[in-house]
Design a protein around this ligand. Structure first.
Ligand code: NAD
Length: 497
């Protein structure tokens, strides 16, 4: 028995009428667990029309009432935290604890959205000219859309719709077709929190649904998170249709290890940050750059990574789960083969790993390469698997040059005991999110998620103040109220008098 995935259109949950079917599978054995009847063109258009209609009334709802919906929502998400994590773990294969983390990092954004009134405060200056005041209001855009990836099916939708909706917009969410049940449950709870019908719409499907959102004149802004090629396509097509677009794309994150760092701290942090979540994190540390003598720690790191054992989502000893799909596994295995063929030193090969009883799952064991060079496929491509590439640099300057030559700029970390080295790194590195003795520096939601270069296309980033700017427009008002003496004659200049 598989579950029927539901769209949420016009305030009604519906299996939809589409005859194009996508099967959702359990990544641990590839058995079917759910089925999506992809939204038809008419259903996507219907969702947009319903969101447009709902915008008329939702934008008039006082900001404190909108905040109260978010307050109830964060409470419900916390109440259903374990249930959400279970749904998420079953469809992604993530371990239960990691699935809880995925949900939690989304809840934190909803907490941030509860503070929307302060975030929407404009600016005022009195007496910009005699008896003239200027002040600004921050107003919503209309219907916004979100297109999300498989790897954080709770956190990433929650980066988007709570803040967009708290700002007064309505929203159409098109989540990944590979794990649609977590977003569906997020939407059910949003309705339960008291969000009026039409404010949030959920349409399932793939490129065909996205293509409508990218071109529809009633969609004002598009948030996307996913792979590089698709991100570029979304950014180009969305902006070509004169929409505001923020597109978060792929990554290749470097960790620089200085010889004065605390060795045990480096090893502990690198194990989780490289192969945790099977490497399927956009902030995973997939390249470790050992500076000088630090390279002597590579064998110990190898031994620590070798101890990580993948397993089922409810196996408390499991370090991580399977990859999301057979296609993802095939891509990672191909890259591992290319790494060997291109001359990297394979210290640990997880290609043949399997879990007894689950041989048909998308398992890849922890894998580690040394002597990786910048011309190798395993360095140039985002592997998105449990594979760590080790490199060596003579000096911090060489390491900085290496990292800055990468086309990506999502995240990076430096491990060191030296403040001056850390300061130099944070100042010179061309990457948007920097950790100092912190392996995965994903900012909390009062900051923004600020990837750079090929990891992000757009201007305003996710959550924090930047998301509020992304989902709103500023209106600046210049006002004069005459008390008496109306000036005589017209003012023919551009100056305020
Ligand atoms: P993906 O690009 O395959 O899919 C993302 C979304 O785009 C899905 O909803 C999918 O249905 C849709 N899509 C796929 N192909 C499309 C096409 N040709 N046209 C229009 N829409 C299309 O990404 P994924 O495999 O689900 O996620 C993994 C990728 O996401 C990795 O590259 C990872 O680095 C990236 N990611 C980036 C961040 C970040 O913040 N930079 C965060 C998480 C994941």
């Amino acid at each position: 028995m598989t579950t029927q995935v539901k769209h949420y259109i016009g305030g009604e949950f519906t299996p939809g009428t589409g005859d194009r079917v996508i099967t959702v599978t359990n990544p641990a054995n590839n058995e079917a667990i759910a089925q999506i009847n992809c939204a038809t063109d008419a259903e996507v258009h219907g969702a947009i029309a319903s969101a447009k209609e709902a915008f008329k009334t939702w934008k008039e709802v006082p900001v404190s009432e909108r905040a109260r919906v978010m307050l109830r929502y964060q409470h419900l998400l916390k109440e259903h935290h374990d249930e959400l994590a279970t749904i998420l773990a079953k469809e992604t294969g993530k371990t239960f604890d990691d699935a809880k983390g995925d949900v939690w990092r989304g809840i934190e954004v909803v907490e941030h959205a509860c503070n929307i009134a302060s975030l929407l405060m404009g600016e005022t200056v009195e007496n910009v000219a005699r008896s003239i005041d200027t002040y600004s209001y921050i107003q919503p855009l209309g219907v916004c859309a979100g297109i999300t990836p498989f790897n954080f099916p709770a956190m990433i939708p929650l980066w988007m719709f709570p803040l967009a909706i708290a700002c007064g917009n309505t929203f159409v969410l098109k989540p990944s077709e590979q794990d649609p049940m977590t977003p569906q449950r997020l939407v059910e709870l949003f309705e339960q929190a008291g969000a009026p019908k039409g404010v949030l719409q959920l349409v399932h499907g793939d490129k065909s649904a996205v293509d409508i959102l990218l071109r529809h004149e009633d969609i004002k802004a598009i948030s996307f998170v996913g792979s590089v090629g698709v991100g570029q396509y979304i950014y180009k097509t969305g902006t070509d249709h004169l929409k505001r677009v923020q597109a978060f794309a792929g990554a290749k994150n470097h960790c620089v290890i200085m010889p004065d760092a605390n060795k045990q701290q480096v090893i502990n942090n690198l194990v989780g940050a490289s192969v945790g979540a099977a490497g399927q994190r956009c902030m995973a540390l997939s390249v470790a750059v050992f500076v000088g003598e630090a390279k002597e720690w590579i064998p110990e790191l190898r031994d620590a990574i070798a101890k990580v054992r993948p397993g089922l989502w409810d196996d408390k000893e499991a370090g991580y789960g399977p990859l999301i799909s057979p296609a993802a596994k095939a891509r990672v295995l191909k890259l591992i083969e290319q790494g060997k063929a291109e001359g990297a030193d394979c210290l640990l090969d997880g290609s043949d790993f399997t879990v007894p009883g689950y041989e048909s799952g998308n398992w890849v064991g922890p894998t580690m390469f040394d002597k990786v060079t910048t011309d190798m496929s395993i360095y140039k491509e985002e592997i998105f698997g449990p594979v760590l590439c080790c490199m060596e640099a003579e000096s911090l300057d060489d390491a900085i040059e290496l990292v800055n030559a990468s086309p990506y700029g999502n995240g990076t970390s430096i491990f060191t005991a030296c403040g001056a080295a850390a300061r130099k790194y944070q100042h010179n590195i061309e990457v948007g999110q920097v950790g100092i003795n912190v392996p995965i520096p994903v900012p909390l939601p009062f900051f923004s998620f600020t990837g750079w270069k090929g990891s992000f296309y757009g201007d305003q980033h996710a959550y924090g103040k930047q998301a509020v700017r992304f989902y709103t427009e500023t209106k600046t008002i210049t006002a004069r109220w005459f008390e008496s003496d109306i000036p005589s004659g017209p003012n023919m200049t551009i100056t305020l008098r």
